[in-house]
Design a protein around this ligand. Structure first.
Ligand SMILES: C[S@@+](CC[C@H](N)C(=O)[O-])C[C@H]1O[C@@H](n2cnc3c(N)ncnc32)[C@H](O)[C@@H]1O
Length: 429
């Protein structure tokens, strides 16, 4: 397919998403199933236009003055791919599969609009309602922080130290352009792709099948490190999901001690079994039944709450989610988070630790939850995650956001990772 056909397909998919309120991955998959002639390269290229269209949606629609899939898709080529107006016109010329090229009116509107004069939420490419929530956490830096969520993400790998080391994996994937991550100790990174490029399918490699590495964003690796899981400890991973952090902790513990992995949603927990096997993890007990946790009350050295959240820290990877999220959903997540913190805290032994993690950028889901928990429960102390950071990563790495060295927030702008929040509290008695 030429660029015109790819652009037309992206517009069709974006229209479908808008009309049926469906996630991008689902709309792309259905389009692929009904257009079997399109090869892997075409699908990836169409995906890039769709995802960049969603990443830059607010600014594209503002500049074109149109709330349309067409504005998203042309905006993707202009802002995401960095193509010029003339360049696009010449690429579409004579292509019978291309959509109508940009009209004089559209070009005039695009060129006549100055992005710097756009309202802050447009410059940040986020929903208007979220401005207040970004402002609470990042103050006058909020537009810079939020707009970094519109960049393309890398693919990050965590070397599974139970089976391999960094050099071994780096050698095996050298042709894929992997390099060491800046902060995470066992991380490798394949940088974001340009233009129509696509990342290699590293999950298809024999090294992945052998369990040498996992796909895990560097931010997720860093917070897994900050949990500071110690060999011989008893740890409850209360929101284990597919086990991303469980696996990282198991490797940090060198398969010693015991991790109990639980999730309220059995479907989300299910993949963990296969992943544990592939990774050679032997110190994890999976609990799909809540009642099987009863015997652990008051006995755990650490309890990890990787809470359900808005996922605003992952908008680089899931830009459709930012346009679907509502303030009401954020409020629902907050209520869940405080209930889960209260429930999970009962498993911590006196002197033990409660770790709270989200992949949200919003203070309302992060510091506010931790401070409110402290007010409800006086026998807990908020510890300095900043000191653990310095012990683990030193002083020469990109710095996370931290009001007081206690809680830590990673962001694409600050640490070049997905957005993550980390806090740890100790039970005094
Ligand atoms: C951010 S995800 C966990 C991701 C996972 N820890 C990882 O690293 O791959 C949050 C998880 O919390 C689970 N969850 C939601 N409500 C819960 C509850 N009341 N108790 C336990 N888990 C819950 C969800 O099913 C979801 O899998």
């Amino acid at each position: 397919m030429r660029i015109g056909g790819r652009l037309a397909a992206a517009i069709e998919i974006l229209e479908d998403m808008q009309a049926r309120h469906r996630p991008a991955a689902e709309a792309l998959r259905d389009w692929g199933a009904s257009h079997r002639f399109a090869g892997a390269g075409d699908r990836a290229a169409i995906g890039n236009i769709v995802y960049d269209g969603l990443r830059h949606r607010a600014m594209s629609r503002w500049r074109f003055g149109a709330d349309t899939a067409r504005a998203d898709a042309f905006g993707a080529l202009l802002s995401g791919f960095g193509l010029g107006v003339e360049e696009i016109a010449s690429k579409l010329e004579g292509d019978r599969f291309a959509p109508e090229t940009m009209t004089d009116g559209e070009i005039e509107r695009w060129r006549g609009s100055d992005p710097r004069s756009a309202p802050p939420d447009i410059r940040a490419n986020v929903p208007g309602w979220s401005e207040t929530f970004f402002l609470e956490g990042f103050g006058e830096d909020w537009v810079n922080e939020a707009s970094a969520l519109s960049t393309r993400p890398p693919v990050d790998l965590r070397v599974n130290t139970l089976k391999a080391d960094g050099e071994k994996v780096e050698r095996a994937l050298a042709k894929d352009g992997v390099r060491r991550t800046a902060i995470a100790r066992n991380g490798l990174r394949i940088p974001p792709v340009d233009g129509f490029g696509r990342h290699p399918n590293v999950q298809a490699t024999p090294e992945f099948q052998k369990g040498w590495f996992e796909i895990q964003d560097e931010g997720s690796q860093i917070v897994s490190d900050l949990i500071f899981a110690q060999q011989k400890e008893q740890i409850l991973d209360f929101c284990a999901g597919g086990g991303g952090k469980t696996l990282a902790m198991a490797a940090a513990m060198d398969n010693r001690g015991q991790i109990h992995a639980y999730d309220a949603d059995r479907g989300r927990l299910a993949p963990i079994v296969e992943r544990l096997k592939r990774s050679g993890v032997r110190n994890v007990q999976v609990h799909s039944d809540r009642s099987s946790l009863d015997a652990l009350k008051g006995k755990m050295d650490r309890v990890v709450v990787d809470a359900p959240c808005t996922g605003s820290g992952t908008w680089r990877r899931k830009p459709d989610a930012k346009w679907r999220l509502t303030e009401a959903q954020l409020r629902t997540r907050q209520a869940e988070q405080s209930a889960i913190l209260d429930e999970a805290s009962a498993f911590v032994r006196p002197g033990g630790y409660l770790v709270y993690i989200t992949c949200s950028m919003f203070r309302a889901e992060n510091e506010e939850q931790v401070y409110a928990f402290g007010e409800r429960n006086e026998e807990w102390d908020l510890l300095s995650a900043g000191e653990v950071w310095q012990d683990l990563f030193g002083f020469d790495k990109p710095s996370p956001w931290s009001e007081d060295l206690n809680c830590i927030t990673l962001t694409p702008a600050a640490t070049n990772t997905d957005g993550f929040f980390f806090a740890v509290m100790q039970k005094l008695s």
